[in-house]
Design a protein around this ligand. Structure first.
Ligand code: SAM
Length: 279
């Protein structure tokens, strides 16, 4: 096959910055990402953003099946060429954020997500899998390095936030490799990293996932305030009730939400739920 850049030029493709189009071309790196993701002949892969198809092609060589969503229809002739002969790969031209995920999951069965994610929509895409997916067994995604640091941050650090806590409910995020900006075409202004999260249902048990989400929102409502104050503001409860909630959850007075590990946020969620403050 010709070089991806040559194929893009041949088809007169113009890059659309608003879609986060920074493509990978290096065969060794692509194979390494496929390995990082643990894809083998039994794996069905959902890729978000096929781009010029370089990762799709590498995935197709290792996986049972690959379904890739791509928002930009003008990539169709490019993909027809780069994915020629990849019988187990299918590209659907659709905006993932508007896609019917349950319908996609009915078609896929159990699957893993592997993607070099468009930067402008990284967190919303990940949140859809964390909160809405039923058959997803894990995600391996290339993201901006600073976003990868947030995904994998320890409690109490500046990078630890609502997304970190949301991930923790499903699995442990691990950076599998750092990828310099020079590996992308066109070259972005930041370096990237690959993050893998294996989903493990019930990893941190909670009575209600929506209560956990509410507890996390509350914990990070105002990072400079104590959790007690955030509880009062988020749920419009008096100080005495906020103190009672914290005590029942085994959380010390005067603590800030951002220092709480996910297990403590889960206890807080269960108490909020048990007391009927959230559902
Ligand atoms: N997978 C290719 C690679 O690694 O070279 C392309 C990665 S590029 C960073 C991200 C791709 O996602 C672009 O092709 C872009 O057009 C596509 N994209 C952006 N927003 C999308 C969305 N909401 N749904 C589906 N694809 C999207």
């Amino acid at each position: 096959m010709e070089d991806i850049r040559t194929i893009l030029i041949k088809h007169g493709f113009s890059f659309k910055k608003q879609f986060g189009q920074n493509f990978l071309t290096d065969g060794n790196l692509l194979d390494a990402i496929v390995r990082d993701a643990g894809v083998d002949g039994q794996t069905t892969v959902l890729e978000i953003g096929a781009g010029a198809g370089a990762l799709t092609r590498a995935l197709s060589a290792a996986a049972k099946k690959v379904v890739a969503l791509e928002i930009d229809r003008t990539l169709q002739p490019v993909l027809a060429e780069t994915l020629a002969g990849c019988e187990n790969a299918e590209v659907i031209f659709r905006d993932f954020m508007k896609a019917d995920l349950p319908a996609l999951e009915r078609e896929l069965g159990a699957y893993r997500v592997v993607a070099n994610l468009p930067y402008y929509v990284t967190t919303p895409v990940l949140m859809r899998f964390l909160e809405e997916a039923a058959r997803c067994e894990g995600v391996t995604v290339m993201v901006q390095e600073e976003v990868a640091e947030r995904f994998t941050a320890a409690p109490g650090t500046a990078e630890y936030g609502a997304v970190t806590a949301a991930i923790a409910l499903k699995g442990e995020a691990v950076i599998t490799r750092r990828v310099p900006r020079t590996m992308f075409y066109p070259r972005p202004n930041v370096d990237s990293a690959v993050v893998r999260i294996d989903f493990e249902e019930g990893r941190i048990p909670v009575k209600s996932k929506s209560a956990y989400r509410a507890a996390v929102r509350c914990a990070f409502l105002s990072r400079r305030k104590t959790l007690e104050n955030n509880l009062m503001n988020a749920f419009r409860i008096p100080r005495e009730q906020a103190k009672a909630v914290l005590s029942e959850a085994g959380i010390a007075d005067m603590v800030r939400g951002e220092t709480l590990p996910p297990e403590a946020l889960a206890r807080l969620a269960d108490v909020l739920c048990g007391r009927g403050i959230v559902t």
